[in-house]
Design a protein around this ligand. Structure first.
Ligand code: IPM
Ligand code: MG
Length: 361
């Protein structure tokens, strides 16, 4: 198959982790006789430096013309003082909105090889951690009006949080459908004891529940959910939540699985053209040192093959290779411990080992 992939290396560790994911894709192309073409796209801080804009129109156009987009990470302290609407992260938000990818799927699954890397007690980890956070990605407080005004002699900042029924319904359906393909348990997370947007969220979820009688729907307040994720993560199958709650809970969920460096994500909308990115940031403190964990990005490339290109065997081949490398005891710094039998490796060596372990069938 011939596929055109838009590649956003971004800032910080972005270029080094994306490099490894592209080498993995090249290996898959060679083994399974595909042709992946890569189109470089500038976004984030590097695009601000080069073009004065975190996502110039023609860069978005390149993404929209592609079969899918692979992204490393954007942002860094260098751009901390640029105005809010010109920050590197704004490029990412414009890309998500421009692609219409409203549904962000973030798996929180513990690899059996990494159970000792989880900060949770073995008694909790051993009950199993395997759930998905379905995060609404192009609405809510991220996309409301942001403004800072002067009132009564001081600055007052406003961020608007708004959701329509239609926006809630389309992500709600993804939540129910994801649950139907898994354990048929859906937990809708909101703050309906305080927020109107959450009360609407909850009522739409309950209306949809009638259409999915096989799915067991529960409601949970976001503060309680934050607590339950560390107390007993085995209770969750699929969590569906709004944009900002999903951002926060997915970082928490990744940490209990060992490292945020391991977690991929897919973002999809009405078409098969998706955005695939690890959920971690650009980690400027370790950029350029060849010590970052490329696995989250490599697994994001696997998700792209599975969800956008229907290449199930190819995606399995990547995930199996990652598993074999972890079995053999290779670890980047974020998942390394003094446990016997482990070998500390850098970013490019981790990529090389994964490629070496990719097998067909
Ligand atoms: C994420 C990130 C982004 C977000 C930032 C970089 C804008 O934290 O993908 O989780 O908040 O969505
Ligand atoms: Mg985040």
């Amino acid at each position: 198959m011939q596929k055109n992939i838009a590649v956003i290396r971004g800032d910080g560790i972005g270029p080094e982790i994306v490099e490894q994911a592209l080498k993995v894709l090249d290996k898959i192309a060679e083994l399974f006789c595909h042709n992946f073409e890569y189109t470089d796209v500038d976004m984030g801080g590097c695009a601000i430096d080069k073009w004065g804009d975190p996502l110039p129109e023609e860069m978005l156009a390149k993404c929209l013309a592609s079969d899918s987009v692979l992204l490393g990470a954007v942002g860094g302290p260098k751009w901390n003082d640029v105005p809010g609407n010109m920050r590197p992260e704004k490029g990412l938000l414009r890309l998500r909105a421009g692609m219409g990818v409203y549904s962000n799927n973030r798996p929180a699954k513990i690899w059996r090889q990494l159970s000792s890397a989880s900060p949770l007690k073995a008694s909790i980890v051993n009950k199993g951690i395997d759930f998905i956070i379905v995060r609404e990605l192009i609405g809510g407080i991220y996309f409301g009006t942001h403004k800072t005004e002067f009132a009564d002699g001081q600055k007052v900042a406003v961020d608007e949080l708004k959701y329509s029924e239609a926006e809630i319904e389309r992500i709600g359906r993804i939540g129910f459908e994801t649950a139907m393909k898994r354990g048929k348990k859906l937990c809708s997370v909101e703050k309906s004891n305080v927020l109107d947007s959450s009360r609407l969220w909850k009522s739409v979820m309950h209306r949809l529940a009638d259409e999915y009688p096989e799915v067991e729907l529960s409601d949970m307040l976001v503060d309680n959910c934050a607590m339950q994720i560390v107390k007993d993560p085995s209770q969750f199958d699929v969590v569906v939540t709004e944009n900002m709650f999903g951002d926060i809970l997915s970082d928490e969920a990744s940490m209990i699985t060992g490292s945020i460096g391991m977690i991929p994500s897919s973002s999809l909308g009405a078409t098969k053209c998706g955005l695939y990115e690890p959920i971690h940031g650009s980690a400027p403190d370790i950029a350029g040192k060849d010590i970052a964990n490329p696995i989250g990005t490599i697994l994001s490339a696997a998700m792209m093959l599975r969800f956008s290109f229907d290449m199930e065997n190819e995606a399995d081949a990547i995930e199996d290779a990652v598993s074999r490398v972890l079995d053999a005891g290779y670890r980047t710094g974020d998942i390394f411990s003094s446990e016997e039998g482990l070998t500390l490796v850098g970013c490019s060596e981790m990529g090389r080992l994964i490629i070496e372990n990719i097998q067909k069938g």
